[in-house]
Design a protein around this ligand. Structure first.
Ligand code: FPP
Length: 254
């Protein structure tokens, strides 16, 4: 059964000890490599190793959903050589890591406009998802050729396709309708958003779903982001008061 979650604004989570869903923009691979006089792709390769570490650190901490921005719709604008090397890295990562993920109880999902990826990569994605679909310790979502605006437009267009008479019937799309058509409708909205690499932007990541997430920006470059850096982000998150539009007094009454 596919679980669907709606807006986290309707409920205040019981506990904020550990975020249930962490979403990360993994930035700074190129600068990490440049500082070491290495080609940019060496930074991406190191980045894959950090993905493995952070997935395992999330499992140890009881985080249920981890969502990573691996490749944005805009990343196609990078030099052709870097794009090709990134694609090779994705293929290698899937070939090498899925068995370990499966052993660790990770359910892998890849969301985005996958049609532009080559057949081999799409096949590995489908195989990885199928093999891990019953796992429930951590749902790892990799956003690939993903854009938040694409996701919202796709949801609206698919809702309209499924409701051809909507205009004539005066039927308007609701928040819940839209949320259920988004590519990550199987997950609750992120509690904690992390961006490494020093920039303080959302960069067309999960635009709808980040509405009430706590935002955490760090100068640490992604290839240096380890379990300790994750703990710092979680510790910052714990100190925040999440009100979801309510007052502090209302939260105390609960
Ligand atoms: C941003 O760093 C990073 C990317 C565009 C690619 C992210 C990919 C990985 C970490 C590896 C693969 C991931 C998975 C899930 C297998 P940047 O190149 O923009 O760095 P810069 O800002 O320093 O130039």
């Amino acid at each position: 059964m596919i679980k669907r979650f709606f807006s986290s604004t309707s409920e205040v989570p019981d506990s904020i000890e550990v975020p249930r869903h962490v979403a990360i923009i993994m930035d700074g691979n190129g600068r990490w490599a440049k500082k070491r006089l290495l080609p940019r792709v060496a930074g991406h390769a190191q980045g894959v190793d950090r993905v493995r570490d952070v997935v395992e650190a999330c499992i140890e901490r009881g985080i249920e959903y981890l969502t990573l921005f691996a490749f944005s719709s805009e990343n196609w604008r990078r030099p052709q050589d870097e794009v090709s090397r990134l694609m090779e890295l994705f293929v290698m990562a899937l070939e090498r890591e899925v068995t370990r993920m499966h052993r660790n109880g990770v359910c892998l999902r890849v969301v985005g406009d996958l049609g532009r990826f080559d057949a081999r990569l799409r096949e590995l994605i489908a195989q990885g998802e199928a093999r891990t679909q019953e796992n429930n310790r951590l749902t790892l979502t990799v956003c690939a050729n993903y854009g938040g605006r694409w996701d919202i437009l796709n949801a609206v267009n698919n809702w309209r396709r499924d409701h051809p008479g909507a205009d004539a019937e005066g039927l308007a799309i609701s928040e819940e309708d839209l949320a259920s058509y988004l590519s990550m409708s199987y997950a609750p909205e992120p509690d904690l958003f992390i961006r490494t690499g020093g920039e303080q932007r959302i960069s067309n990541f999960l635009l709808w779903q980040l509405a009430y997430s706590e935002l955490y920006f760090t100068d640490t470059l992604w290839p240096d982001f380890d379990a300790q850096a994750l703990d710092q982000a979680i510790s910052s998150y714990r100190k925040r008061e999440r009100r979801f539009g309510r007052t502090s007094e209302q939260l105390l009454e609960r």
